[in-house]
Design a binder for this molecule. Structure first.
Ligand SMILES: [Zn+2]
Length: 262
């Protein structure tokens, strides 16, 4: 059973309130929470527990695991910012391929400058893309004096900016600093195996000395994607995970698989 209050809904705003809002049989919702949803045009949807359990248990195999990919702080650059920082006509130099096809760690590194401090040697990832984006950990944020929200890649509206210093110039971003929200990449075939769709959320558990549970890991499905659970360095350290470890699937969309299937 869950008690849904206006405060708990407000806490969900930054990651998005589900629309319609699912309400299970024993869930309690306060009148102000009902008004809050109404005010935002979000209808309530009664779901019966059996349905939810059946849907969740449709995760086919009981022993599904997902490999972990840990991302340290890094920078994605627009083509314009590449030229601003490295000179006219400059193109990024691939150093190492990343797990997702076509993506690479570039030879190039930059310095991040925030109001409280700087971080040298921050890796640029390629290829260049639409808008520049800087992904840091919460710990990095304290060093820089920048406190960005947790967001999925590409969702940079309303995020803080930062200054980047390169060998040939600097770029001041008005926005684009995020703490990356953990997510899983998978192909459509893998999505079928896991019985999930793009935008679903998985409950995952680390399997080592620190069996941390990640209750809301967003699934990203694309034909070019390879199965990988992406977390930042703070999350990896908290859960004693490193790249190449695996995590266990405990459930999806907020509902645990029944114990017998874990
Ligand atoms: Zn990723």
């Amino acid at each position: 059973m869950a008690l849904i209050t206006e405060a708990s809904l407000r806490a969900m705003i930054k990651d998005g309130i589900p629309n319609p809002f699912p309400l299970q049989e024993e869930d309690k919702i306060t009148p102000s929470a009902v008004d809050f949803l109404k005010g935002r045009g979000i209808p309530l949807k009664r779901v019966n527990n059996k349905e939810v359990m059946e849907q969740t248990n449709a995760l086919v195999a009981p022993d599904l695991t997902i490999p972990v990919g840990v991302s340290n702080r890094h920078i994605h650059l627009s083509p314009e910012d590449v030229e601003r920082l490295f000179g006219q006509g400059y193109e990024l130099t691939p150093l190492k391929n990343l797990s997702q096809p076509g993506q690479f760690a570039a030879k190039e590194q930059l310095t991040l400058v925030g109001p409280k401090g700087i971080i040298h040697g921050v890796r640029v990832l390629g290829p260049a893309r639409g808008a520049s984006q800087v992904e840091i950990s919460k710990t990095d944020g304290f060093q820089l004096g920048i406190h960005p929200p947790v967001r999925l890649s590409g969702s940079i509206e309303g995020t803080p900016g930062i200054t980047l210093i390169g060998p040939k110039g600097f770029a001041t971003l008005a926005k684009g600093v995020i703490i990356a929200k953990s997510h899983v990449h998978m192909s459509p075939e893998e999505a079928e195996t896991f019985q999930v769709q793009d935008g679903d959320s998985l409950i995952l558990q680390a399997m080592g000395d620190r069996p941390v549970i990640f209750p809301d890991v967003i699934v990203r499905v694309h034909p070019n994607f390879v199965l990988d659970f992406h977390i930042d360095l703070d999350e990896a350290n908290a859960a004693a995970l490193k790249t190449g470890d695996t995590v266990k699937v405990l459930g999806k969309n907020g509902v645990l698989l029944s114990w017998s299937r874990r």
